[in-house]
Design a protein around this ligand. Structure first.
Ligand code: HEM
Length: 473
């Protein structure tokens, strides 16, 4: 605590309600401070909803853009020992802009997303078949595993096309999982790869080996797509065509391509699969909410229809409320990061934060603030229905959002998640159809639903979701 206090005093950052420092991080950086002076830089947490809005949304207005990020352990740079950034790890600038614009315009534009509707339908059909198979063998259904596999398969189709062998997709999914486990606790890695390589020798070796495996799996798929001109264009097709305008129009390197594919698969799968699990787990715990949702769906979709089509989702207000409440109560990315740049004029508690300060926004603290939400720890979708305190709360914190951010499961500002639209589509489509097909029922004993979180790289259920399913149709 003394270390913590002196560090905060030194940086003049004692910001009572809005900022607190993370003891573990301070401890490790203090230990290493003599070795690595840069680690002595201050780090603040902002959990006040007005300060979060002022910094993230009003950042540009107060001077600078407040859009840089601290060097991240996710950088594929770390693994290849070359500066191979992906969108998440790239410093604010032309490469970041080019990669991000490519993703949003070439893949996530609604006209492009529509082309992947058959892939979504196939992923849902495979998931329902898998759940049916587990049901008919009479046992407990391993819903967490099935959900993640379905989400990964869908993202793999969007990334590499639909012709990839099923075994290879599974191997890629396993490798991605290993990678996430390996990243844990290694935030300093990308800033000081050589030193970190020494300190965490075994983990470092594992990371390098995982990266090598990824190259072995992805590069042949990327090469095959270079010879392909089919529809819809997969993410890889847009990446191989991309040139970076401010870098003499150069093409992306193989290292960058592998890093970007890994990011697409990981960022597209893990937080969405975790969110889907949290939502289904809450529906298991609250049969009344599940029944109300099923009734809404049943009234909107004729019995002979094969599925809840995507065109219906926008009319299902209670479904939307269930998903918003799931994301509010259990945001699956624990923290949004920013780093103050020299141009930024970021002021906290009357003091301007020095360039290089890492600013962290803990997302669950923001969206469980009891001064903003009634009984914030309760799963209560009604709060997002007309008349509820969450009615009108937007996921896109914008200049007009009353100067506060009451929840931001997808972050906010210029570095906000570019995948929000597709993630919301996937969540709506899967939740609606999974509730229409099955009644989700709690299992007794060791596999009972446990709503405690495990906070690591993502904020996931401590005990993966297991259920009993009863066919509704
Ligand atoms: C429920 C699902 C998802 C959640 C909860 C989520 C959440 C987040 C959050 C909190 C951030 C940090 C934003 C910030 O710093 O302000 C982020 C960034 C990002 N997300 Fe997502 N995300 C989801 C799905 C996706 C999908 C489907 C993709 C694309 C395949 C994606 C790609 C990214 C990328 C590339 C970034 C980095 C953006 C940048 O630095 O410019 N995410 N996401």
């Amino acid at each position: 605590l003394l270390l913590l206090a002196s560090r905060l005093r030194h940086a003049s950052l004692t910001y009572k309600a809005a900022a607190y420092a993370r003891l573990a991080a301070v401890k490790s950086s203090t230990v290493l401070k003599k070795l690595i002076p840069k680690l002595g830089q201050p780090e603040v947490y902002v959990s006040d909803r007005f300060a979060a809005h002022r910094l993230l949304v009003g950042g540009a207005a107060t001077g600078g853009a407040f859009s840089d990020k601290p060097p991240s352990s996710v950088a594929s740079a770390v693994l290849s020992r070359h500066r191979h950034y992906n969108i998440n790890s790239a410093p604010y600038g032309s490469l970041w802009r080019a990669m991000r614009r490519n993703l949003t315009a070439e893949i996530f534009h609604p006209s492009r997303l529509r082309l992947f509707a058959p892939a979504r339908r196939r992923a849902l059909a495979d998931l329902v078949a898998d759940l049916d198979r587990q049901c008919s063998s009479g046992g407990v259904v391993r819903a967490a595993e099935s959900i993640r596999a379905a989400m990964f398969g869908l993202m793999s189709t969007m990334c590499f096309g639909g012709d990839v062998d099923g075994e290879l997709v599974k191997a890629m999914a396993d490798a991605q999982d290993d990678l996430v486990q390996c990243f844990l606790g290694l935030r300093i890695l990308s800033t000081f790869p050589a030193i970190t390589g020494l300190i965490y020798r075994n983990r470092w070796r594992k990371l390098v080996e995982l990266r090598r495996q990824q190259e072995e799996m992805y590069l042949p798929l990327i090469a095959a797509r270079r010879r392909h001109d089919g529809e819809p264009p997969a993410y890889v097709d847009t990446l191989v065509d991309l040139s970076v305008p401010d870098e003499h129009g150069r093409k992306l390197t193989d290292g960058e391509l592998v890093g970007l594919c890994s990011e697409f698969l990981g960022a597209g799968t893990e937080p969405a699969a975790a969110a889907l699990q949290w939502i289904m787990a809450n529906l298991v715990k609250r049969p009344d909410v599940q029944r109300a949702l099923w009734k809404e769906i049943d009234a909107a979709v004729a019995a002979e229809e094969d599925e809840v089509g995507e065109e219906v989702l926008g009319r299902l207000d209670y479904l939307n409320a269930v998903i918003m409440e799931g994301l509010r109560l259990n945001p699956t990315v624990p923290v949004a990061f920013r780093q103050v740049m020299a141009d930024d004029h970021v002021v906290l508690d009357g003091s301007r934060l020095p360039a290089g300060t890492a600013v962290l926004f803990p997302l669950a603290r923001l969206s469980r603030d009891k001064t903003a939400w009634a009984d914030p720890l309760e799963f209560r979708p009604e709060r997002f229905m007309p008349g509820g305190e969450g009615a009108g709360v937007s996921l896109v914190a914008a200049a007009g959002s009353a100067g506060e951010i009451r929840m931001m499961p997808f972050g906010a500002g210029r570095r906000m998640c570019p995948g929000m639209g597709i993630a919301m589509l996937h969540l709506g489509y899967f939740v609606a159809n999974l509730v229409r097909e099955f009644e989700w029922v709690e299992v007794e004993g060791d596999h009972a639903v446990d709503l405690r979180p495990h906070v690591g790289f993502f904020r996931v259920m401590k005990r993966p979701l297991h259920v009993r399913l009863v066919r509704r149709r």
